[in-house]
Design a protein around this ligand. Sequence first.
Ligand code: GLC
Ligand code: CA
Length: 570
Amino acid sequence: MFRRKRSSTVAMTAVTSPLEALPGGTSAASLQAAEAGLAWWTDAIIYQIYPRSFTDANGDGIGDLPGIALRLPYLKRLGVDALWLSPFYQSPQADAGYDVADYRAVDPLFGTLEDFDRLLHEAHGLGIKVIVDLVPNHSSDEHAWFQAALKSPPGSAERARYLFRDGRGANGELPPNNWQSVFGGQAWSRAPGDRQWYLHLFDSKQPDLNWDNPQVRAEFKEVLRFWLDRGVDGFRVDVAHGLVKDAELPDAEHRKENGILVGPMWDQDGVHEIYRAWRRILDEYPGERMMVAEAVVGSHSRPNYLRPDEMQQAFNFDYLLLEGWEAAAFRNVIDASLALSAAVDATTTWVTSNHDVVRAPSRYGLSRPGAHPKGIDAAGEQPDEALGLRRARALALLTLALPGSAYIYQGEELGLPEHTTLETHYRQDPMFIRTRGADIGRDGCRVPLPWEAQAPSLGFGPGDRSWLPQPAAYARYAVDRQEGVAGSTLELYRQMLQLRREHALGKGQLRWIDAGRDVLAFDNGDIRVLINFGTEPAELPAGGQVLLSSELLEEPGELPANTAVWLTGP
Ligand code: GLC
Ligand code: CA
């Protein structure tokens, strides 16, 4: 299997054709999907934008909607079908916008409603769909409803829209039950100056709404219509597994099963009725509007959110949270994911990064890859940057060759690592604050993007301001350092997305080929994919033509460790 190094190299080549010109409002993928009678999301590439860290148009150090509009040509060129925008609504930003004070208003930090309409219009003009984030489990404590609740007496209609309860103990000095917040500490805070407490599964500035209250249900239907009327193509539903709680609010230990929180506040049957009602609203609208669930539930439960009258997609947390770097583990999760979604006739999603977990190149640069931020700082181990990037690139060739829809988190296409050495005083994540640093939190994956290596704030904004400091290493990953550079991660992603479309991989079928313990190999249509999870080079099948490889192939016929290829032929 081992060969001596030869001087000849097989370059990373891609057999590509120039981007097809398409009529406005239609992407190549949606055309293909329409031809096959499939909805656009079936095989869509959906790019997640975290607005505060994408591009800052006005120089205040925080990314904004006009900044996103500036980058639409970049996104078009990358080849994505849709954008998912994390929240840009009016918010005190206690959880970076996942604490909404007004569901129908744009926070001035991000721009105006007109800016949003313009962005949507321009995106649609380029054939790019737009999904917005919906945060129904909780509002901000600065939402008018919660403010009214605080000013109203226990038992009032105003309080009934949230989960207020009397405290336990002689004077109500103890919380109503023992639930813990996901962000650390207890899940109840006392209403200032009275005997009641309110529930917050997240931060104390994120009071949970009472989904048994008809006004809450009615309000969110109107919120959906507000954005659907503006033309959005769908919603990413935040904490979709949390809206309904066991009515008794029984005590329950903070407990995880297979890395997933379980208990009487999660994944209750009652949530599905809510999504059925929403689905009926979406279906009233022209075009294909969709919902994707952030349902952090056991795999057996995920299909429930994907039944034909509920949501169209759910994030694949099994794939995202996979631990280790082993061929068999990936194969098992891929098989299980495809089977689970097939059972409800839904599409599978593939996700390797988002704004809540350590960026993939850093996770996979650890000796024991795991998705949790603690894997990095608490253990004191710094990721091996080169190894992590190499694995992340190989993983991208695997992920984007799988049938279904895939999500790309901003910066993933640059191979951007986590900021793992962010100083404590910069950290803003409520998770970090509530656990007093025991949990390092998620700021490290939310650092503003590098666009230009030489510019102040690396081109994130016009000046040098950036709400979180960018590590020096980010200059190497800047878009202008990668654009047009053969073999750069950005060019690799562009090629992958184009070939994925040309070969209709998202709509294909996967057929495994046995390639030994460390190598996963499969055919999808006319493409053969191989990825080497091992530490030694593996053999490439004879006669195949290399369409794309995640690294330079120095030895013909050989697939180096931590490398993936797409082949055609023989
Ligand atoms: C979701 C979001 C996360 C947020 C939490 C509370 O998990 O992805 O960023 O902190 O919900 O809204
Ligand atoms: Ca700004």
